[in-house]
Design a binder for this molecule. Structure first.
Ligand code: ADP
Ligand code: MG
Length: 567
C-alpha cells in the first residue's frame, strides 16, 4: 500500500556517483528531500539556479553533492567551488557537510571566516583546496591579499542569500562575484525571495531555473489529535519518554530522519525501558517481518522508523504517531499521521520540535490549513495525575466485571488480621506499581517560549547548540526515565559470537534478548559491541536463563551463540 506516500527518490536515481552514494548511505540518508530531488539534476547540468526552501530541508546537500560530483580526487588542488555563507558557524557547518559527503572522494575543503587567525587560513589555502566555504568579509580579505585564487572557480553558491543581504553584505557579495570567472555556475539559496535577491539574480545569473518547494495540498485527518511540543535537542529523548508515559499508547511509531538516528534512539529508548524496535531501509525483509510481527503481537510497543522503512505500513493497533523531528517536507507530515485514525478509529499525532524548526511547523500549518498550539511537555505532576487516573480506571473496570468472587479466598485470609481499607490500599499499591507507575522526578525543560535556538524570547545570549548532539545511548536526559532498572543486584555478562562485522547493533541484542528470553529492555545493558563479538550485561541471576532460552536464536540473519562471559 503505497498510494498514500510521497514519491521517494533515492540518491542513485539522481545520477550521483558511487563514492557519494556510499557516503550518504553511511550517514543514513535514505532518500532525497524535495529540494534535493529537484535541484540536484539541474545543478548537475551546470545550470544556474535559485533555490527556495525552508530551513532544515537539506539545502546544503542540494548544492554540495553536485559540486562534489564534478570534482575528482586527481583534480589540481585549486578552488573549483566557492560557497559564501553569512556566519562563521555556517561556514564550519557547511564545510563539515562537504567533508562528510565528500569523504570517499578525497575532496579538500576549507572554511575561511573572520575571527580565526588569517595565517592559518593562508597556509590551508596554500596547501591546496578544492572547495572554499567563506564568510563574505573574509573572502574579500583573501581576494585583496591575493591568497584566494578564484580563476578556476566553476561554481559559486550564495547560501542563505537573504540573510547575507540583511546583514549588509551586498557589496561584498557583488565584489566576490565580480572576482570569479564569467563562465561560472551561479547558485543562490535563500529561504525567502525579497526583491534585492531578485536583483542579484538578474545581474549575476544566466537563465537561472527557480526551484521552489511548494506546499502541495494535503488534508490532515480530523480524527487525529495533534500535539506539538517544543524541546531542545538534548532533552528530546526524555521528552519522548515522558510523553509516551502520559499518552500510554497501545502501539506507537516514532519517525526519525536517518537510520543512524533510528538506531540511536532505539538503543536509548530500550535503555529507558520502552520495548522499542528499529525499522529502516538497511534491514532485510526477514528482519523487517520479525519487527512487524513483534509490533502486531504487542511484544514491542514502539516502532522507531525512517519514512522509507515505514512506507506502506499498516498496523491496526497503531494509536500514536510521533515525529521525533519535524519532517522537512510538509507532505510527509500528512502521510505520517495518516497511519493513525484509520477506519474511523481515533489517533494521536505528536511532534517534538526544536525551536529552530518553527519555520517547518509553519509550512505544515499552511499545507494542512490548521494551526498548531504548542503544548507544554508533561511535568512530573501531570504524569502522576495521569497514572493515578489510569489506575483508577483499571480498578473501575475490574469492579464492573463479575468475577470478583474468584478472589474471595485471598481476601478472606487477609480479612482475619487486617482492616478492609488497608487490604484495599495494599492491593492498590501493587496494581499501581505493576502498571509501571514508578514516578520519575526529573523535570524536562520546555522550550516552547524560545523564539529560536538562541534563547528565551527577548533575550540573546546562549550559544547555538551544536547540530550533532544527537541522542546517544545514555547521553541524553541525564537521569534515567520513569522505568529505572528494577534489579539492584549483581550484573552478569553474556558473550555473543556476533559483532560489528556481522552488522550487529545494540538494538538487535536488546530486541533479541527481550523477546527470546523475556527480559525487559530496561534490565539489559551495558552493551559493548566489538568487531567479532559482543558483551551484554543482564542481571546475574538471569544469565543462565537467557543462555538457555537463546540456544537457537538468529540475530541479523545469523545464528547467534550465546554463553556466560567471564573475564
Ligand atoms: P537547510 O540548509 O535547508 O537548513 P541542512 O542542509 O542544514 O538544511 O540540513 C538539515 C538537516 O537535515 C541536516 O542535519 C542534514 O544532515 C539532514 N539531511 C539533509 N538531507 C537529508 C536527507 N536526504 N535525509 C536525511 N537527512 C538529511
Ligand atoms: Mg542551510
Amino acid at each position: 500500500m503505497s498510494h498514500d506516500d510521497a514519491d521517494g527518490t533515492s540518491f542513485a536515481d539522481l545520477g550521483l556517483k558511487p563514492e557519494l552514494l556510499g557516503a550518504l548511505s553511511k550517514l543514513g540518508y535514505e532518500e532525497a528531500t524535495p529540494i534535493q530531488r529537484q535541484a540536484i539534476p539541474e545543478l548537475l547540468t551546470g545550470r544556474d539556479l535559485i533555490g527556495q526552501a525552508a530551513t532544515g530541508t537539506g539545502k546544503t546537500a542540494a548544492f554540495a553533492l553536485p559540486i562534489l560530483q564534478n570534482i575528482d580526487r586527481n583534480d589540481a588542488a585549486i578552488p573549483l567551488a566557492l560557497i559564501v555563507v553569512p556566519t562563521r558557524e555556517l561556514a564550519v557547518q557547511v564545510s563539515e557537510a562537504f567533508f562528510k559527503y565528500g569523504r570517499e572522494s578525497n575532496v579538500r575543503v576549507v572554511p575561511v571566516f573572520g575571527g580565526q587567525p588569517i595565517q592559518r587560513q593562508l597556509q590551508a589555502l596554500k596547501r591546496g583546496v578544492h572547495v572554499v566555504v567563506a564568510t563574505p568579509g573574509r573572502a574579500i580579505d583573501h581576494i585583496k591579499r591575493g591568497s584566494l585564487d578564484l580563476d578556476a572557480v566553476q561554481t559559486v553558491v550564495l547560501d542563505e542569500a537573504d540573510e547575507m543581504l540583511d546583514m549588509g553584505f551586498t557589496e561584498d557579495i557583488e565584489a566576490i562575484l565580480e572576482a570569479t570567472p564569467d563562465t561560472r555556475q551561479t547558485v543562490l539559496f535563500s529561504a525567502t525571495m525579497p526583491p534585492r535577491i531578485a536583483k542579484i539574480a538578474e545581474t549575476y545569473q544566466r537563465d537561472p531555473i527557480t526551484v521552489k518547494i511548494g506546499r502541495g495540498t494535503g488534508d490532515a485527518n480530523p480524527k487525529v489529535r495533534q500535539s506539538v511540543y517544543m524541546v531542545m535537542r538534548a532533552h528530546k529523548a526524555s521528552a519522548l519518554g515522558r510523553i509516551l508515559d502520559v499518552e500510554a499508547p497501545t502501539s506507537a511509531i516514532v519517525f526519525c530522519r536517518t537510520r543512524t538516528e533510528v538506531d540511536e534512539l532505539t538503543v536509548t529508548m530500550n535503555g529507558r525501558g520502552y520495548r522499542s524496535e528499529a525499522l529502516h531501509g538497511g534491514m532485510d525483509q526477514k528482519q523487517r517481518d520479525r519487527v512487524m510481527a513483534r509490533l502486531r503481537d504487542g511484544t514491542a510497543e514502539i516502532l522507531i522508523a525512517t519514512d522509507v522503512a515505514a512506507r506502506g505500513l499498516d498496523v491496526d493497533s497503531l494509536t500514536h504517531v510521533v515525529n521525533y523531528d519535524v519532517p522537512s517536507a510538509p507532505e510527509s507530515y500528512v502521510h505520517r499521521i495518516g497511519r493513525v485514525g484509520r477506519a474511523g478509529r481515533e489517533g494521536v499525532a505528536i511532534t517534538i520540535a526544536e525551536p529552530r524548526q518553527r519555520r517547518l511547523l509553519q509550512n505544515i500549518e499552511r499545507l494542512t490549513k490548521q494551526s498548531f498550539t504548542i503544548e507544554k511537555v508533561p511535568s512530573v505532576a501531570d504524569l502522576r495525575t495521569k497514572q493515578i487516573e489510569m489506575t483508577v480506571n483499571a480498578i473501575r473496570d475490574a469492579l464492573a466485571e463479575d468475577d470478583l468472587d474468584d478472589y474471595d479466598a485471598i481476601f478472606d485470609q487477609l480479612d482475619v488480621d487486617f482492616k478492609k481499607s488497608d487490604i484495599a490500599r495494599a492491593a492498590l499499591k501493587l496494581v499501581h506499581r505493576a502498571r509501571g507507575a514508578t514516578i520519575d522526578d526529573q523535570e524536562i525543560p520546555d522550550a516552547s517560549d524560545w523564539k529560536n535556538d538562541r534563547g528565551p524570547k527577548g533575550k540573546g545570549g546562549k550559544k547555538k547548540h551544536k547540530r550533532d548532539d544527537r541522542p546517544g545511548s545514555g547521553q541524553t536526559g541525564g537521569k534515567r526515565g520513569s522505568r529505572p532498572r528494577s534489579d539492584d543486584g549483581e550484573r552478569g555478562f553474556l558473550h555473543v559470537n556476533l559483532g560489528k562485522n556481522a552488522g550487529l547493533r545494540a538494538g538487535d541484542l536488546v530486541g533479541a534478548i527481550a523477546n527470546e528470553a523475556g527480559l525487559p529492555g530496561s534490565e539489559i545493558g551495558p552493551i559493548r559491541i566489538a568487531n567479532h563479538y559482543a558483551v551484554v550485561g543482564v542481571p546475574d541471576a538471569a544469565v543462565d536463563d537467557v543462555v538457555r532460552n537463546m540456544k537457537r536464536t538468529t540475530i541479523r540473519g545469523k545464528q547467534a551463540r550465546i554463553r556466560r562471559y567471564v573475564d
